[in-house]
Design a binder for this molecule. Structure first.
Ligand code: SAH
Length: 371
């Protein structure tokens, strides 16, 4: 059997792996043993899985494989942030994931799609267009690669995962849920559900589905307190306007012990005034939540500028003064383009958006970029 025709075990969460094993007459606990070898010990070679019978190992070797994306390049920022460029599909498409090391934790920012369809006006991933959804193996493969590389370096492994890399996780629902299941599974990465965050630009029907299938943390990229502005910044808002988004947020938390993290990118002169802050408080004040202010990370030809630090402070103090826990996210890794909204990977754009974008840049040649 050719390598690629073999079943990639990274594509299965526990329930799926157990039924795959059951279909071959194997007991569920064998599936759990294999999960521990793969996800906890980083062993991809079935011959080394010594507590499995010889016949089971032989079957695994002939039918199965453990294949994560291939590392093309690694970069390290002066602030310690690390970025991996990973090939999916041979060498045609590549994605990025980012490790943010802090004193007591290693947060991995994971991609869910090759590119992104949403086209948010301030995000550089959006400018590259969209190619396809990642598979479960490609999503969990990012955790698998980085976690075991860290352990091999004598570091502690990945302690937190944020689905905040390239793509919109809730538009790749099933693969993301299976990957998240592996992150929190005791036989997988055993992360507590509070240490895994799914971030969404507001795919309302998927948020409603999410509430029933997983209990991980939810972040909502809000960025604007009303439809007029949000339509412009997050075009998905034209489909799922602010009122519907807020209703979905309420139903995600109501009756549960949950909080939503709202993300708000601070764009100079666009959404960073006290009037915006006041409307934001009125909008989210009734929802158990906290607010993350993200200083805008610029990139070449961006239409926006970052808000001044004093403006961000004033905004934060106003919102915090109304009783909403508000933190300003410290930009990390911007010297290696690893900060929020700077991940681009390298891939063939099927939406043809990147070509249109490049053409539209001509108008900016030599002109200072402003709104
Ligand atoms: N599609 C999902 C996951 C991406 S998360 C979502 O929208 O939530 C990436 C986060 O970084 C989002 O909150 C996004 O709005 C923000 N972001 C995008 N571009 C940025 C930029 N240039 N500067 C700062 N934050 C940015």
């Amino acid at each position: 059997m050719s390598i690629s025709a073999k079943t990639n075990l990274l594509d299965f969460d526990r329930a799926a792996l157990e039924s795959f094993f059951a279909a071959h007459g194997e007991k569920p606990f064998r599936a759990r043993q294999v999960m521990q070898w793969v996800h906890q010990r980083g062993v991809a070679d079935f011959a080394r899985m010594t507590d499995l019978s010889k016949s089971l190992r032989a079957w695994l070797e002939s039918e199965c494989r453990v294949a994560a994306p291939r590392i093309l390049e690694q970069q390290r920022s002066t602030d310690g942030t690390r970025k991996w460029l990973l090939a999916v599909d041979g060498s045609e498409n590549a994605i990025e994931c980012v490790l943010i090391p802090e004193k007591s934790r290693h947060t991995l920012c994971v991609s869910s799609q090759v590119g992104c369809m949403l086209n948010c006006s301030f995000c550089s991933t959006a400018k590259q267009g969209f190619n396809r959804n990642l598979t479960t193996a490609e999503i969990i493969g990012q955790v698998y690669l980085v976690h075991h590389q860290l352990l091999a370096e004598g570091e502690s492994g990945v302690t937190n995962v944020v689905m905040m890399g390239m793509g919109e996780p809730l538009l790749n629902f099933d693969a993301v849920i299976a990957a998240v299941n592996l992150m929190t599974d005791d036989f997988g990465y055993a992360l507590s559900k509070r240490r895994v965050t799914i971030s969404t630009a507001g795919v309302v029907p998927a948020m409603e589905r999410l509430a029933g299938v997983t209990d991980v943390a939810l972040a909502v990229s809000l960025h604007a307190p009303d439809d007029d502005l949000r339509d412009e910044l997050v075009p998905l808002n034209r489909k799922y306007p602010v009122s519907e988004l807020m209703r979905a947020c309420h139903s995600y938390v109501d009756g549960y012990n949950r909080k939503i993290t709202f993300e708000y990118v601070m764009l100079d002169g666009v959404n960073d005034g006290l009037e915006h802050a006041r409307r934001l408080v009125a909008l989210i004040g009734g929802i158990p939540c906290k607010l993350n202010l993200i200083p805008f990370n610029p990139y070449p030809h961006a239409r926006y500028r970052p808000s001044a630090p004093a403006t961000i402070d004033r905004f934060r103090e106003y919102v915090a003064g109304k009783g909403i826990i508000t933190v300003t996210r410290r930009p990390r890794g911007d010297d290696i383009d690893a900060a929020c909204g700077q991940l681009v990977g390298a891939f063939r754009d099927r939406s043809r958006r990147s070509a249109r974008y490049r053409a539209s840049l001509n108008q900016f040649e030599g002109v200072p970029v402003a709104r």
